[in-house]
Design a protein around this ligand. Structure first.
Ligand code: ZN
Length: 426
């Protein structure tokens, strides 16, 4: 007992884990799995992780709540670093019709909501409370599927008041439930139909950026750079204005064409460039050299049956740091990073280790939160999940399910508690 005097007192101890997947932030794609280990939490932090004896010597666990993780996997909480979480309505009829290649103009004529413009309409006409309630339901399911931090972009408002309202919804969501919601201003997601392109550009770089920055409503500013969307020149203005106002840059780049969005990311020091279907090899090298995280979203490629899925193997070969995200939106409605990992492995040829790291540590880096979360290292935020399977590769093997049994957010059990015997057969 005397040996324990002066040691920090653990609030939570997870012991006997078949695997603890630590995913160190400093070494991309390394899962650093501990077998049969323990993890101790003090307040909201990971206090010790690894061999049970070492953990017992580092932290006093005598009064800790204890979870027996025999036959189970302990992993960092998912960091879903690219979503369009807040929107009004649904486009299920459009998605269903697309399965058999139906004529979308006929659907439109019949009054069925089609395309992002329909989502803008439904989002504008929804009340603040309706937007909060719909997004809160999605966040609850994301939490139960293991996500503990979710980025949420505006972009279905397309005017200063409507974009500000979406970011205010993010703020309410962040306060009302356990998942941390990180806000991104994406006023440049499309073009409004009630003013000219030039007028809207001036609004984006002027009043919209100012109002969002003054109210501290967003950590990031984002632009969709693509054929038919914003040009590289327009995007540079918007992102520079956002950076000058204290926001960090992200770019929707090379999703449907290569018009220089990724070059711009390397040039201006964007935190991430996202999509990357048409990114040339030499630009991948430039992004790696500039430390820009590549955010890839296999569920989006799947949902739109993309003619040219992104090439994860090429990006890894060229030295890029990758993050996985859902891209949850009305055109790609998934709340599950587990589904995203399965697709990343089977369709994009990532190894389970690469997908695991990219869904956790990679996502944290894409949100500039790598120092704080995304990996189970001493001093990091205790955001973690316990899976009812014995190996982490099971998450990409048991298709379409949910292996999450317990979720811990900032040291508190928010989903669970762990129960014995669920699917833990090796
Ligand atoms: Zn997006």
């Amino acid at each position: 007992v005397t040996a324990r005097e002066g040691l920090p007192k653990a609030d939570l101890l997870i012991r006997n884990a078949a695997q603890i997947v630590t995913c160190p932030a400093a070494t991309p794609y390394r899962t650093a799995v501990v077998t049969g280990g323990s993890l101790a939490v003090v307040a909201d932090r990971v206090a010790a992780v690894g061999d049970p004896d070492e953990v017992a010597h580092a932290v006093d666990c005598t009064q800790a709540a204890t979870i027996d993780a025999s036959g189970k996997v302990v992993a960092p909480g998912f960091v879903d670093c690219h979503t369009h979480l807040v929107f009004g309505g649904s486009r299920v009829a459009e998605y269903a019709a697309r399965m058999t290649g139906a004529d979308l103009s006929e659907l439109r004529a019949a009054g069925v909501p089609v395309g992002p413009e329909a989502t803008v309409q439904m989002t504008r006409s929804a009340s603040f409370e309706e937007l909060v309630a719909a997004a809160a339901g999605r966040l609850r399911r994301m939490l139960h599927a293991g996500s503990t931090t979710v980025e949420s972009k505006s972009g279905y408002g397309l005017s200063t008041p409507f974009e500000v309202r979406l970011l205010e919804v993010n703020g309410v969501l962040d306060e009302m439930q356990p998942v941390d919601v990180v806000s991104t201003l994406l006023g440049a997601h499309g073009f409004p139909d009630d003013r000219s392109r030039e007028q809207y550009l001036e609004e984006l770089v002027g009043p919209m950026t100012m109002r969002v920055a003054e109210a501290g409503l967003a950590a990031f500013v984002d632009v969709w750079v693509d054929d038919g969307y914003y040009t590289k020149v327009e995007a540079r203005r918007i992102l520079r204005a956002g950076q000058a106002a204290g926001m960090q840059a992200k770019i929707h780049a090379d999703a449907y064409s290569y018009v220089g969005g990724t070059d711009l990311g390397a040039e201006i020091g964007a935190v991430s460039v996202d999509h990357l279907n048409y990114t040339p090899r030499h630009v991948m090298r430039a992004l790696a050299a500039a430390d820009v995280v590549g955010v890839i979203m296999p569920a989006l490629d799947f949902a739109v049956a993309h003619p040219r899925p992104f090439d994860a193997r090429a990006m890894i070969e060229e030295g890029m740091t990758l993050a996985l995200a859902t891209d949850l939106c009305p055109g790609c409605w998934t709340e599950s990073m587990q589904f995203v990992m399965a697709l990343a492995c089977r369709l994009s040829h990532m190894s389970p280790a690469e997908a695991m790291w990219a869904a956790t540590a990679g996502g944290a880096l894409a949100l500039e939160l790598g120092e704080d979360r995304g990996s189970l290292e001493v001093g990091k935020r205790a955001d973690l999940q316990i899976w009812s399977v014995p190996r982490y590769e099971d998450v990409i093997y048991r298709l379409g399910g949910n292996v999450v049994e317990t979720v811990v957010k900032s040291g508190r059990i928010v989903v669970g508690p762990a129960v014995e015997g669920e699917g833990g057969n090796a």
